[in-house]
Design a protein around this ligand. Structure first.
Ligand code: IMP
Ligand code: MG
Length: 181
């Protein structure tokens, strides 16, 4: 295990079975729809690539990159679009694929933005949820695992752009991020 990780909270097997269940449910719900998965870079890349392989119906994919955190561990409240979608989403059933729903500020902003572009429908699928930390009234239609109010890394999630490549989810040792914000 990486020396900066205090403990592992979800193993590769936990993640695989969670993602598989979400994929099966989405495949059922979107059977006759025009499904477009919108992955929010970069945190959701591993989730996206596993989720799309668990989806058994036709779908298209696109990516958006936003920045809301800077280098700390808390949302700044301002969301910047670093990369927008490649297409017009009118007529699509958009499913936003996000790594973690924390304060909810990022997704709240994105939902408003994408709604304004007139899709057929729009929903949220998040792998992790920290409900205790919510600052705005937003919930995920598909949610994998609830996590406590601790900073987690791995499986795409970073701290200062590091640890994304860990195949499991671990809690970062406090000494790594304390006094650095
Ligand atoms: P929100 O706007 O506060 O909901 O922030 C959501 C974004 O913050 C996620 O997409 C992650 O990139 C990041 N984030 C929130 N909590 C964690 C965490 O525990 N570990 C790593 N990234 C996190
Ligand atoms: Mg991040």
């Amino acid at each position: 295990m990486n020396k900066d990780i205090e403990r592992v909270i979800f193993s590769e097997e936990d993640l695989a079975s969670t993602v598989h269940k979400l994929g099966a449910q989405i495949s059922e719900d979107y059977k006759d729809r025009k499904l477009l998965l919108v992955s929010i870079l970069k945190g959701s890349i591993m989730f996206m690539s596993d989720l799309m392989r668990s989806i058994t119906i036709p779908c298209e994919i696109d990516f958006m990159a936003v920045s809301s955190y800077g280098s700390g561990t808390k949302s700044s409240g301002t969301v910047r679009i670093l990369k927008d979608l490649d297409r017009d989403i009118r007529g699509y059933d958009v499913l936003i694929v996000e790594d973690i729903l924390d304060s909810g500020m990022t997704l709240n902003y994105l939902m408003d933005l994408l709604y304004g572009r007139d899709p057929n429908s729009i929903r949220i699928c998040t792998l992790f949820d920290k409900p205790e930390r919510r600052k705005v009234d937003i919930y995920a239609n598909y949610s994998g695992l609830e996590v406590p109010d601790e900073f987690i890394v791995g499986y795409g999630l970073d701290y200062n752009e590091k640890y994304r490549n860990l195949p499991y989810i671990g809690v970062l040792k406090r000494e790594i991020y304390e006094d650095k914000e």
